[in-house]
Design a protein around this ligand. Structure first.
Ligand code: FMN
Length: 384
């Protein structure tokens, strides 16, 4: 087993363990991947201010988000098909998040269902909703999330139509799935993955199977989902969802100040500044470059969450310094899961946590609330 010291190590290991089609599905971005690259490149432009001789013997990483106390300023982002990176992926990731004291978000498009995760953890988690045409189905899904004690609804609004990932098409990750000889050979060389899938409780979309009439196979459910994306979706629908849900609402996929203001006006408790990890609008700015403007505009009126490109604990500090209250991480824990199952998710969380406390110390901060723009090297100028 290689020595794992950072998220990149988990990525490399996942690449060896997970069939190529599923690894690429998680790893890649839409079209030219300009936005995917910008999410990382812009983080590297933000320099931190080294401070010395501050007593940092006690450091507290805990904070609150939408009224919930969490042990560290990040949560696991919703990720579709998580259970294809490793059998029972949703359950393993939810347990690792619970053990670390941070929220796990279950995607609508997960393999493990709402009920599977609720039964395995016995604790509240966040549920992410894609709004689809079939409103009866949505009503049912929200009722199931409520029954499972989900403590927040994360409503994703940046996927009215699907951005294309060229690599998915070449790999046959399409609807219907293309079974290619190269995939069969590649998968045959990933025995640990095959074993984990053989043991897994589910192998199809857990939130849909048994709830969409006459559809059980992965292909028929994927086809149904594709026909259900709703380009007519608009803010009126968000009001309807809010009224159906009645609990904490986080709107995910805001990248524009104007949209952030509307999200505030419809009564969201929080927003996630996000470009869907560079998987939707290619050519959109990096999430981190938009964060300060959005935080300035609405940060005092709702909770600002952030995602896109976080790979280290120092990235967490950068995002908090620019106005985020909490971050979501996507690929880092997906790679951890693919690399080592639940232990890999725990490892990803641990890597971020350890670097977070070190970065806090070396920037002279002792608590999350102390992390502000003064930790940036070019403060008070903002170069993004
Ligand atoms: C494989 C994969 C699947 C995803 N599926 C969903 C999803 O089902 N719902 C959603 O709101 N966002 C989804 N996202 C976006 C993530 O929630 C998050 O916004 C993004 O991964 C953050 O960027 P990062 O991967 O650089 O951390 C997905 C991302 C990845 C990588």
């Amino acid at each position: 087993m290689p020595v794992i010291t950072c998220i990149e190590d988990l990525r490399e290991l996942a690449q060896r363990k997970v069939p190529r089609a599923f690894f690429d599905y998680a790893d890649r971005g839409s079209y030219t991947e300009q936005t995917l690259r910008a999410n990382r490149a812009d983080f590297e432009k933000i320099l931190l201010r080294q401070r010395v001789m501050v007593d940092v013997s006690a450091r507290d990483t805990s904070t609150t988000i939408i009224g919930q106390k969490i042990s560290m300023p990040f949560a696991l982002a919703p990720v579709g098909l998580l259970g294809m990176q490793h059998g029972d992926g949703e359950i393993l990731a939810a347990k690792a998040a619970l053990a670390a004291g941070i929220p796990f978000t279950l995607s609508t498009m997960s393999i493990g269902s709402i009920e599977d995760v609720a039964e395995a953890t016995g604790k509240p988690f966040w549920f992410q909703l894609y709004v689809i045409r079939d409103r009866d189905f949505i009503r049912d899904l929200l009722a199931r999330a409520k029954a499972a004690n989900c403590s927040a609804l994360v409503l994703t609004v940046d996927l009215q139509v699907l951005g294309q990932r060229h690599r998915d098409i070449k790999n046959g990750m399409t609807v219907p799935l293309q079974i290619k000889l190269s995939n069969i050979i590649d998968t045959a060389m990933k025995p640990a993955w095959i074993a984990s899938m053989a043991r897994a409780k589910r192998k199809t979309f857990g939130n849909l199977a048994g709830h969409v009439k006459g559809m059980e196979s992965v292909n028929s459910l994927a086809e149904w989902t594709n026909s259900q994306f709703d380009p007519a979706l608009n803010w009126k629908d968000v009001e309807w969802i809010k009224s159906q849900w009645g609990g904490k609402l986080i709107i995910k996929g805001i990248l524009d100040v104007e949209d952030a203001r509307i999200a505030r006006d419809v009564g969201a408790d929080g927003i996630v500044v996000s470009n869907h990890g560079g998987r939707q609008l290619d050519g959109a700015p990096s999430s981190i470059s938009m964060l300060p403007k959005i935080a300035d505009a609405v940060g005092s009126q709702l909770d600002i969450l952030f995602d896109g490109g976080i790979r280290t604990g120092s990235d967490l500090v950068r995002a908090l310094a620019l106005g985020a209250k909490c971050c979501l991480i996507g690929r880092p824990y997906v790679w951890g899961l693919g690399a080592m199952g639940g232990a890999g998710v725990a490892k990803a969380i641990e890597c971020l946590q350890k670097e977070l406390v070190t970065t806090m110390a070396l920037t002279g901060t002792r608590s999350v609330s102390e992390i502000g723009p003064q930790v940036l090297a070019d403060w008070p100028r903002n170069t993004l």
